[in-house]
Design a protein around this ligand. Structure first.
Ligand code: ADE
Length: 231
């Protein structure tokens, strides 16, 4: 049977899955807990990787090597970069990039990983279109496809938002997606990142994040649950 890995960074992003799974079994590896079980007709492994790119990368490699998942879905919240987005809106990753990769001092463009053929990691097209179709049905016009920019920084500054949107083409920003994307790409494993907006990554981001994270995480969960049913 097909096995799908589901990652969230924080407890709010994964706790809903546990109540919807049967035949669960928990194991811990590298200090990260993984819960495998059944959800609808699929076998799933749900995990809270922790915040940041290193946690996300280690977690993704374990899902691939140890659990042998055939696809990885990332669920969670993000800060909006595209001015069209409102809190609660959904972004489905067309691709992902690390906005804090900066070797400009050596002449590389911002975001480019030196001496490597790729710095932008494309999500699986079929999963993107499946997610978008489901999102349109569930949330009407509040669903976007776009670039997810990741960095080990919580963005809370309007100037930085403009820069990340205009210079790097980001639709939203968070702290794990590009790491998951890069590890999946290195292992030829399909992935998609689903993020609901908890804030606008500006001066009010810390307040909005606290207020809207649960609502946004719930929306992302609804999306991922429906994707699993239709995969
Ligand atoms: N996740 C949710 N909001 C974020 C922000 N403003 N910056 C980085 N990660 C986030």
């Amino acid at each position: 049977m097909r096995k799908i890995g589901i990652i969230g960074a924080m407890v709010e992003e994964v706790q809903l899955f546990e109540g919807h799974m049967t035949d669960t079994q928990a194991i811990t590896k590298a200090g990260i807990s993984f819960m495998s079980g059944q959800m609808h007709e699929s076998q799933v492994v749900v995990t809270k990787c922790g915040v940041g790119k290193v946690n996300a990368a280690v977690c993704t490699q374990i899902l691939i090597d140890h659990f042998q998942v055939e696809a990885v879905l990332f669920t969670g919240v993000a800060g909006a970069l595209d001015p069209r987005l409102d809190i609660g809106d959904l972004v489905i990753s067309i691709d992902c990039m690390q906005h804090d990769m900066d070797v400009t001092a050596l002449g590389f463009e911002r975001g480019v990983i030196p001496y490597q053929d790729r710095s932008i990691f494309e999500a699986d097209r079929e999963l993107v279109e499946l997610a978008y179709g489901i999102g349109e049905k569930l949330f009407e016009s509040n669903v976007y496809r776009g670039r997810v920019l990741s960095g080990d920084q919580f963005i809370a500054d309007r100037t930085k938002v403009k820069e990340l949107h205009e210079e790097l083409g980001g639709t939203c920003t968070e702290m794990e997606g590009a790491a998951v994307a890069q590890v999946c790409s290195m292992n030829d494993t399909r992935f998609v990142v689903i993020r609901s907006m908890s804030d606008r990554a500006d001066g009010t981001a810390h307040m909005n994040f606290a207020e809207f994270t649960q609502l946004a995480a719930n929306r992302s969960f609804q999306m991922v649950e429906a994707i699993i049913q239709e995969m």
